[in-house]
Design a protein around this ligand. Structure first.
Ligand SMILES: NC(=O)c1ccc[n+]([C@@H]2O[C@H](COP(=O)([O-])OP(=O)(O)OC[C@H]3O[C@@H](n4cnc5c(N)ncnc54)[C@H](OP(=O)(O)O)[C@@H]3O)[C@@H](O)[C@H]2O)c1
Length: 240
């Protein structure tokens, strides 16, 4: 039977390509989203991939979703923690709410879904977890102390959990994308974006497919010797 893969934020942007490529790789994919019903329904119609709506920052909602997925499709064997948001501002303008939302959605969601699926993976003696970090968690970024802290936290979380999973054939890796052409990056002012692209050695923004290929690689049945790593996919912008 094909293994069940849950991709948070799997209906748009990078997550949509991750969902599609995992399906092509033979996985039973469930793509989650938070609020954009129109995008999620269009994605489901186009791809025939199951979608589920819940807030990945909310532990109870995650628990309910995992129970529903397990009952309907089987235990989650592959988890891609991709859901993420930005609330950018310099520290002097950043509110506590902007801090909490970004930490809870980007990093808290990793805790929620890993803790809710890890025991099932242990029982199956198989698990593949990929957490989507960011170049800005590696290098920092002006106006993003919340986002950089959350993404940097993801990279530490990954290395710690990898040590707990290793003996159960559960691998835990991170991908640190550079700037990828999605709605999140389209929100960056054009003049700022132009300066960012000028600093990317390959001379272009990343495509969502570039990141999805990394996820398929790290979640392969035979990828059991790769754990605790962070794969940078950034066009050479930051060599870490
Ligand atoms: N784009 C980049 O250049 C870039 C670079 C480095 C890292 N990343 C990271 O890559 C990941 C995907 O980014 P993206 O650019 O594809 O973002 P995006 O286009 O804005 O899509 C974000 C996805 O996450 C979902 N989401 C947001 N908050 C959620 C929540 N609380 N619970 C469940 N789902 C939630 C959204 O659902 P709705 O559709 O319902 O809103 C959407 O499906 C993020 O973690 C981001 O930080 C992106």
């Amino acid at each position: 039977m094909s293994k069940v893969a849950l991709v948070t934020g799997g209906t748009r942007g990078i997550g949509a390509d991750i969902s599609k490529q995992l399906k092509e790789a033979g996985r039973t994919v469930i793509a989650s989203y938070a609020s954009n019903d129109a995008a999620a329904h269009a994605f489901a119609a186009e791809t025939d991939i199951e979608v589920i709506k819940f807030d990945a920052a909310d532990y109870e909602a995650c628990g309910e979703a995992v129970r529903k997925i397990t009952a309907e499709f089987g235990p989650v064997s592959i988890l891609v923690n991709n859901a993420g948001i930005t609330r950018d501002a310099t520290l002097s303008r950043m509110t506590r709410k902007m801090w909490d939302e970004v930490i809870d959605t980007n990093l808290g969601s990793c805790f929620n879904l890993c803790s809710l699926t890890f025991e099932g993976m242990k029982a199956e003696k198989f698990g593949r977890i990929v957490n989507i970090g960011s170049i800005n968690g590696q290098a920092g970024q002006y106006g993003q102390v919340n986002y950089a802290a959350a993404k940097s936290g993801i990279h530490g979380f990954t290395k710690a959990l990898a040590q707990e999973g290793a003996r159960y054939n559960i691998t835990v890796n991170a991908i640190a994308p550079g700037y990828v052409d999605t709605d999140m990056v389209r929100a960056v002012p054009p003049d700022v974006l132009q300066k960012i692209v000028a600093k990317i050695p390959v001379g272009r923004l990343g495509h969502a497919e570039d990141i999805a290929r990394g996820v398929v690689f790290l979640t392969g049945d035979n990828a059991d010797f790769i754990t605790g790593s962070t794969l940078s996919i950034n066009g050479g912008q930051h060599m870490y």
